[in-house]
Write a protein that binds this ligand. Structure first.
Ligand code: IDP
Length: 148
């Protein structure tokens, strides 16, 4: 089964959206296999957003993502990367469709509530950056036979 890294950003945690967001992915039929509330060390944030290094918003991005706790998660399911990106919506909440997480809860580009891996490669990299192997819990979800 495919895995992805999803993270409620500091704005989402402060706005008490963790439950809403987890509920959406659960109802979609995806499986939570790891989660933790944590404050991201600056070096980890710089690695996580490495592709944006050198861009004008990079420092603000790192400052923001390390400014308060995030809720880091690993979810599993068939095509989970594409499905979760669809559910998250476009990067800029102004353009994200209603019904998506950013479309429903976000109002500003740099405070867009949630992060989700955008490819198999970034999912692997981000899961390894945030989670140790023993923090991921493999378990049979009986409901899966009604989902797939
Ligand atoms: P994504 O989060 O939808 O994958 P990325 O392009 O990887 O989007 O950008 C990472 C994060 O950086 C975005 O979620 C957003 O919060 C922030 N960001 C992206 N572009 C800009 C910008 O032009 N100005 C300020 N912040 C930006």
């Amino acid at each position: 089964m495919e895995k992805t890294f999803l993270m409620v950003k500091p704005d989402g945690v402060q706005r008490q959206l963790i439950g809403e967001i987890v509920a959406r992915f659960e109802r979609k039929g995806l499986q939570l296999i790891g989660a933790k509330l944590m404050t991201i060390p600056v070096e980890t944030a710089e690695q996580h957003y490495g592709e944006h290094k050198g861009k004008p918003f990079f420092n603000d991005l790192v400052n923001f993502i390390t400014s308060g706790p995030v809720f880091a998660m690993v979810w599993q399911g068939k095509d989970v990367i594409e499905i979760s990106r669809q559910m998250i919506g476009k990067t800029n909440p102004k353009e994200a469709l209603p019904g998506t997480i950013r479309g429903d809860y976000g109002a500003f580009l740099s405070k867009n509530v949630i992060h989700g891996s955008d490819s198999l490669q970034s999912a692997k990299r981000e899961i390894n950056l945030f989670f140790k192997e023993e923090e991921l819990v493999a378990y049979d979800k009986l409901m899966n036979k009604w989902i797939y």
